[in-house]
Every structure is written in C-alpha cells, then in structure tokens.
Design a protein around this ligand. Structure first.
Ligand code: ADP
Ligand code: MG
Length: 341
C-alpha cells in the first residue's frame, strides 16, 4: 500500500507566486523520479500551506504514470512508530528491508525526527541506500533545514544534495483561485462578494481557509439558507478577534520595549535585569488591560511564563502606580499609545 490519498493532485494544486518553485520542482520530480538533480527534494513551509498536498500529488502522479514503481508515502511520525515497534518485536531487519524496496520514498514532516537519534540512524541508512540506487526521496519540513535542531549534521548535509524549496503564504489572488477551485470541486455556490471577503480576511493559511468554507457550507445546510455576506462575517468573527488580539499584543510588547529602551527579545527571555523586568511587567499589565488574552496566554507570549507570574506583574505595576508618582506618569503616557486600539 502506498498510503497515498488520491484527492491530492497537481490539477487541484493551485499555482501562485507562493508555491511556484516548489510546485515546478515537484512536477519535475514527478515526471522523472530519481533522475533529476532534485534528489532529495525537500519542501518546507509553515502549517497548512500545502506541503502534504504537494508531496502527495508527486506520489499520485508517479503512481499513475509508472505502475511498476513502488511509491511510499509515510509521515515521519508513523515511520518512527513503526521503527520503535520493530525494535520491540525484534524485527528491525524486516523494517529496514521493507523500506529498501521502495522506489519513491516520501517522508512527511521530517522535523518529527529531531532528537530521535536511533530513528534518524535508521533513516540515514535507508536514505543512503535508496539514493545510491537512484531512487527518489521527497521530504517535507515545517522549517528550513538550518533550523532543524536535533537532526544530525550528517543527515542535514544529505538534504543539501538535492533541492530545498519553500512554500509561502498565498497572496490574495491565489486565495481567490483556491476558494473558487474548491467551490467547483465540491459543487458549492457562494456569491462573488463573499468569496472576495473570505479571500481578503483569511490570510493565514490554506487549511484555515478551507475550514471556514466547510463551516459555511454546514451553516448553510443547517439553516436552509444560502451563504451570504452576513453568514460569512459571523463565521469569521472569532477568527478576526483572535488575530486582532494577537496584533495588539505584538504592538504592546514593541511599544513597551521601545519606551524602556530594552531589546524586544528580552521581554520574552529569562533575564532578571531590572530595566527588563520593569518593561516586561508593564507590557503584561497593558496586555491584560487592552487585549482579550487570558493570563495563561499572556504568559505564553512572554517566553512561556505561567499565569501566576502574570498576576504578580499586574499587581506589582498596580502597586507602583499607587505609590510612585513618576511611575504613574509613565503609565499614563504609555496608556495614551494604546487607547482606542
Ligand atoms: P501542510 O501539510 O503544509 O500543513 P496541507 O498540504 O495539509 O498543508 O494543506 C492544507 C489544506 O490546504 C489541504 O486541504 C490542501 O489541499 C489545501 N491546499 C494547500 N495549498 C493549496 C493549493 N496551492 N491549492 C489548493 N489547495 C491547497
Ligand atoms: Mg502536512
């Protein structure tokens, strides 16, 4: 079994500036597996940007055009679990032998291997064997290879033998095209101004865009109502609120760091230096006052501190406002910058 999902194809993988290089490298590999210089082909990019879709499309294309080739798609997580299971049951050799039979190996989310030395060693062995035999290797990662900490250098250096290409967030036009394609595929009817509104508002990743479409379709059939702008706005409300809260928190951190002349990174670091601690506490205070973030979430955005630290900071700032006149002036001045945001 190839473990491929036939719905992921090149035909329904919309091309845009965000994915042009990766897509065409993928097509080249799909047409001539193992014989281009793109071996291995490594596709990286953030969550929901289409890595799995693209590498599955490569696999599906090869399977359809070379019926004699053994194409195998596997997530790095599943690879790891299979390997561990083979250790447990004393069948490591069978495990290795199985992978050595593969003609096109697609390993998804390779970052999952980080810190798993034994699994990496096994993959290294399989990689070398397949590559030497002219078999194609395709991988994805959620970050560029240089940021794959916890992966062995000898493995990382192998990745450079081929081509590394990235996926970016789609631009407005590409998002429009993706929605339209999805509508056509699923036979959904959405008025043009709603499509435009969605493409405009959901600019994080494609998975989220699809999620909104799915919830709109469900809403529509549940209420026996056509999808309209009102419905779309309703569906997006919570997403937009989240994004706005995020933006405000960023702004607050930047403004406080600047005001107290401390580097922004230090607000999120462990430093206990007095200036930094003050700037951090004030930023937390305003985060509580001006955003809808929970204490837990605020702590998380300040270098993973827990909610009791946030409570303590807010209390310290409140106490200082009461006891220290010049500090109170500082807070009043800063608050003006956040008013109305
Ligand atoms: P990743 O693996 O990078 O997290 P996925 O490949 O799972 O992302 O993509 C998320 C969803 O977005 C999938 O349903 C996929 O079909 C869709 N998608 C992503 N990019 C595109 C694109 N360029 N054209 C059409 N659909 C896309
Ligand atoms: Mg994926």
């Amino acid at each position: 079994k190839s473990q491929l999902n036939g719905t992921y194809t090149f035909e329904n993988y919309i091309e845009g500036d965000c994915n042009r290089l990766s897509r065409s490298a993928g097509l080249a590999v799909a047409n001539k597996p193992g014989t281009t210089s793109f071996n291995p082909l490594m596709i990286y990019g953030g969550v929901g940007l289409g890595k799995t879709h693209l590498v599955q499309a490569i696999g599906n294309h090869i399977k359809a055009t070379n019926t004699d080739k053994f194409v195998l798609y596997v997530s790095a997580e599943k690879f790891t679990n299979q390997f561990i299971e083979s250790l447990r049951s004393n069948q490591v050799q069978d495990f290795a032998n199985f992978y050595l039979l593969v003609d096109i190996l697609i390993l998804d989310d390779v970052q999952f291997l980080s810190g798993k030395d034994k699994t990496q060693e096994m993959f290294f062995h399989i990689f070398n064997h397949l590559h030497q035999a002219g078999k194609q290797i395709v991988m994805t990662s959620d970050r560029p290879p240089r940021d794959l900490v916890g992966l062995e250098d000898r493995l990382l250096s192998r990745f450079k033998w081929g081509l590394t290409a990235d996926l970016q967030s789609p631009d407005f036009e590409t998002r429009m095209a993706i929605i339209q394609n999805k509508m056509q595929q699923d036979g959904i009817d959405i008025p043009p101004q709603v499509v435009e509104y969605l493409a405009h508002s959901v600019n994080t990743n494609v998975r989220e865009l699809e999620g909104v479409l799915i919830s709109l379709v469900a809403q529509s059939s549940l209420n026996r109502r056509e999808i309209d702008l009102e419905m779309a706005k309703q569906a997006l409300r919570h997403i937009i609120e989240e994004v706005e809260a995020e933006v405000n928190l960023d702004f607050i951190q930047k403004t406080c760091a600047e005001y107290f002349s401390v580097p922004l990174e230090l607000l999120k670091a462990k430093t206990r230096k007095k200036e930094v601690v003050t700037a951090r506490q004030v930023a937390m205070y305003f985060a509580k006052e001006h955003t809808s973030h929970s204490l837990k979430s605020i702590g998380h955005h300040f270098g993973g501190r827990d909610h009791s630290t946030v409570i303590h900071s807010v209390q310290t700032v409140s106490d200082l406002i009461d006891s220290d006149k010049s500090f109170r002036g500082t807070i009043v001045e800063l608050r003006k910058k956040f008013a109305g945001r």
